[in-house]
Design a protein around this ligand. Sequence first.
Ligand code: NOJ
Length: 532
Amino acid sequence: MIEKYKNFKNWVVYQIYPRSFFDSNGDGIGDLNGITAKLDYLKELGVDAVWLCPCFKSPNVDNGYDIADYRQIMDEFGTFDDALRLIAEIKKRDMKIIMDLVPNHTSDQHEWFLESRKSKDNPYSDYYYWADEPLNDWRSAFGGSAWQYDDVRGQYYLHSYAIEQPDLNWENPKVVKEMQNVVDFWIDLGVDGFRCDVIDQISKDFVNNRNSFGPTLHDHINQLFGREKTKHIFTIGECWTKEIDEICRHIGPDRGELSTLFQFEHFDTGRRNKWEPSDTGLLRVRDVLTKWQILHQENELLHTLFTDNHDNNFYLSRVGNDKELRYESATCIATMIYLMNGMPLLYQGQEIGAAGSHFDSIDDFDDIESINKYNELLARGKTKEEALFAINFGGRDNTRRPMAWTAGENGGFTTGTPWIQMGSRAKEINLESDLASEKSVFKYFKALFALRKEMEVLRQGEFIPLHKPEDKFAAYLRKLDGCRVCVVTNFDKTQTIDIPEMKGKLLLSNYGRADGDASAFRPYEVALYSVE
Ligand code: NOJ
């Protein structure tokens, strides 16, 4: 594996949803100064790099993923100077900053689009996809046709997401240049890397009627990140493929494209049906992740180890027991995934065992995707209760509700009125209560990351699965030279687990298991052994 990828495995990355992290000025909206105020907290947890969801100027139709200016900060989040201070404070703590790059689309309020729509022959006229008639039957990810008629220009434009998010035309070299300049602008300010939003969509495959993975995709990624200035930075692509060959084209060490990508097979069966619980349990998750661990190793790729983000309900609520065994399942899931071979990445709130919410009225929701889904389900004949169940279960607002820091009013997130209601369990699940509890998820995460830092084998060692398909637990070995660590996580009822590698010194447990204790494993019990 090439050196720079090895180094990325030393990082623990923490994803921040700025709007919901911490509000420093009482306007009810999280902001950049709020993030700066919490950097010591992140450092204490063992975080090496923070990824900020978009914080650029935006009318917020899709909470910042509709960018109106890639070089300005969103008014609610603070000023440009606040951004510079945040970058400086991150560096001061020897941490890295990763920004969210949204290359596929802009806001319809972006100057490029405002100019583009004016006529068919202005300098920006080909920055977007325009046509006299819809060119195909593509659907927007948020519902409805992906083609929208624009009165001003008298043509249709393509939008893979909201109507207010027109797709950029990357086949126009000027667009490529613009985006290179945006990337370079932030690198010059000290940014260490980019998370690249739906990067697979910047090339459309009109021939095969697919709005992603077009024939120019890899040229475009290379134009962005294969350059001298960009080839050493960290880049992670959001990419919806399960094809190993395609993944190798994105992140193969010889490609000069991305460092790694988000690979979503362990997110149930994908985003299309995230609204319904499936019987997908942790055993399937184990098998999917085991498969991808081996494929990443065989191809010398960097695997990103993650379970949560701002586009889904908390993983704990989807595949764990977030009621009676919340601490046990949060720590068990984290142990299984974060001790695998790759780069751990967690989402705000995971470290306190945050769980999904339940609300009884559509008025309690904010997210465009959830609201559109609710209306679509009603139109398809579902009852209000059924539609609410779906968006409570799968909706993005779950993880977008503010981080609860205290058990007090508004979870200590703001002194004002939060932009969206706090999670329905914020009084019960918050950092203050977690730290006061004997079962602190934060303390466990901290110990887990500290162990990863301490033991090179947990960062760089080979992954070797020990469980058999019929087993109801996950067990694997990490191995580096003569050093071996065995990780065991129980997903089932209490059961005896007996594998030869479990005999060494006990390094970590979430049930207070003593060294040398060979008793049965309780539900979601974890044990880590240094194999002699
Ligand atoms: C993926 C992002 O994660 C999501 O939040 C956003 O709505 C879409 N891309 C469109 O930018």
